[in-house]
Structure formats: C-alpha cells, structure tokens
Design a protein around this ligand. Sequence first.
Ligand code: ZN
Length: 418
Amino acid sequence: MIRAELILDGIAELATLRSGPVPRVGPAMEELDRVEDAALAVDAGRFVFVGRRRNLAREVRLRPGGRRLSASGGVVVPGFVDPHTHLLFAGDRSGEAAEKARGASYADIAAHGGGLLATVRATRRASDRELLAGATARLARMRAWGTAAAEVKSGYALTHAGELRLLRLIAPLARRARMPLVATYLGGHAVPPEFSGRADDYIDELVRRSLPAVRRENLAAYCDVFCEPGYFTVEQSARLLRAAAQLGFGLKVHGDEFVYSSGARLAAELGARSAEHLLETGPQDHALLARSGVTAVLAPVTALASNLKRASPGRALVDAGVPVALATDLSPNSWVEGLPVVLAHGVYSAHLTPAEALTAATVNAAHAIGLEESAGVIAVGRRADASLFDVPTLAHIAYRVGTIPSLVLRQGIVDFSR
Ligand code: ZN
C-alpha cells in the first residue's frame, strides 16, 4: 500500500507529459499523456500515485492527518517552467507604455535614454535588499500563476562587479521562493555607456575577466548574448559564446527579434541549448535549428509589448520540427509574470494549438534550461509540482486568455488556492 500525505482526486483531465521524447518535436508536441477521471497522491514532496481515480483506493492510503482535496472536475497540468526571464531589475518603465501607444519603437525609446539603459541605471543604484524584495514579490506572483521553475538572466548591471552581484542574488532568491532557478549570465545584454562605441572592447572584458569569474564562483549554468544590430554583431556574439562554451557554459542566443541578425544561425552553428525570440527568422533558419536540435524559446507577449510588426513564428517552427518552448520574458519592457497569458498568446499570435502550447510551457521549457530530469512532467517519483484549473478540458487553459489556477501544488505543498 502506498502512503500519501495528500490526495487530489476528482480530476476530469490530467496532462502528465510523462512519456515520449524530450524535448517534443512536430506531432509529438500534441501528446500530453492525458488521463481522464484521474487522481494524484503525494508524499514527502513527490508524486507517489498518478493515474485513474478508480485505482486510487486500492493502491493508496492517506497517512493520519493527511489531506484529501477534490479537483471538482477541473484539469491538472505539471508546474509550468518559465525558460526566459529578466527577473532581477529595479524600477519600472510604465511611462513607456504611452510612448509605445503613439507608435514609438524600442529603438526610439532607447534613443532618448529610456529602455534597457534606464533599467540599467535603476538596477545599479538599487541595494541588494531592494533587488531581492522586488524579485521575491514577482516570484510569488509567478508561483500563483502556476510557475514551478524558472530561468533568471543577469544583464541589467553591465559592469563586471554589478553582473556578478546580480548572479550572486539568484541562489538566495531560489531558497526564499523554494523554487528551482537556473542562472544565465547575460553581461552581453547591451553595450554599457562606459563602452559606448567600443563593443569589441566590452566583449574583450567579458571574455577575459567576467566569464572566468562567473565560472570560478559557479554562478551561472548558461551564457546568453543579445545578437542584434545596435547590440552585438554575429562576430562579437560568436567570440563571447565560444569562450563561454570552452569554460563549460551552456549557450543561449537572443536573436532575430527586431531585425534579421543571423542569431538563429549562430545558435545552430554553436549547438546552443536555445535560440530566443526569432521573429524575423525564415524557413532556412528553421531547418537549421531543427537539424541542430536547438530549442526555440518564444516570447509572444514581448513582440506585442515592443510594438513589433511580426508575431512569434510558432506554427512554422513546430512544422519544421524545431522543439518550441514558451516564456514570459518578464522584464520592465514586457512585464508579464504568468505563463497562462503567454500560453494564450502562443495560440492566438504564434499559432500553436492549445496542446502544443502546454507542451511548450512544461517539458520543452524544462529542456530549454536543462531541468528535463526534474521539472515539466507529472510522474511517480518526480517533484510534486502541479496546477489545477477550474475549466472543463485541458484546451481551455490556453483557449482562455490568462486563466488563473485555482490550486497550485509546489513540492507537494498547497502553495496557492482560491
Ligand atoms: Zn529577453
């Protein structure tokens, strides 16, 4: 008999995503491993039973003092994984929303001191305490939306010491939020004012000084770079990423977001774990990504928030056989904390099916940040992260825009319920 501290039954439809290849590509992105009329049991923070409700009574006994909850006919999915966030920043850029409404582009806003460098100024001025408080509050709201693990990029200090300071805050944040956070070094987010017109010198500093220091302290698993005109060229991005690969970092590329930058090509050539944004990519790039197994991380809300004309090419990427993941890209430019909103945009602007969108925010997102062994699926022995939605079928989660979970289980504990 299996002993459990918590039982959740009465689940109309459960998406486990527990079998099949990781990451999922092509038609496999539709396979959610559904169980109808399902139940879950949890003990010591892990799933101990996942299956049909009719087998529960025979196989599972609740421990004395344990809890039994009813899903009341709702649906359950794995805890979401957010594979691209700029969680650590100070201040906000709410004033830019009105400028964008009047047609200002990301570049227009940057040209008069707004945008990314405004956040850099605010982040440099902020104390550790302020940064931790802001990020902790954002993480609490992410959890309420069902996020169980996330990536966190540095990139709003753009000095050697400042970037190390941001990365050092990620482990304390993960402990406070009791959530796995994967750190990505993004010193190559933009050329800082101190290096204005000298991007090559800045890349030199990152390669010679910052990357080795980040490695020595083991502060990040991945190295990312903003490969776009006005930020870093393909050559500069390649130099940074090659140095990072030699030091053992996994690689990520922000590319082809505003204009075609060959960022996806670079990611494919270097065997990066992921290429991110990709709005301006075309069929040849998609074929390259598919052949090299690079995961495409799409941020469909950012495309809207940045006033971009194109939408995330979700449909084309899935059809080309590229593993696709969805992310919030939480930042002061596109302040979105919850993945359900992104799932809906994944459907309505990136043209994924609701099932593909769920795969993109669970198993494929976990793979995009190296958490495929621990996150993104519901299976016996796995960490008990799951969300219950009061909707009749799984498709409703992405079909409705921004539906909030009614119950979030994180590491076997009820983290949020309403
Ligand atoms: Zn980003």
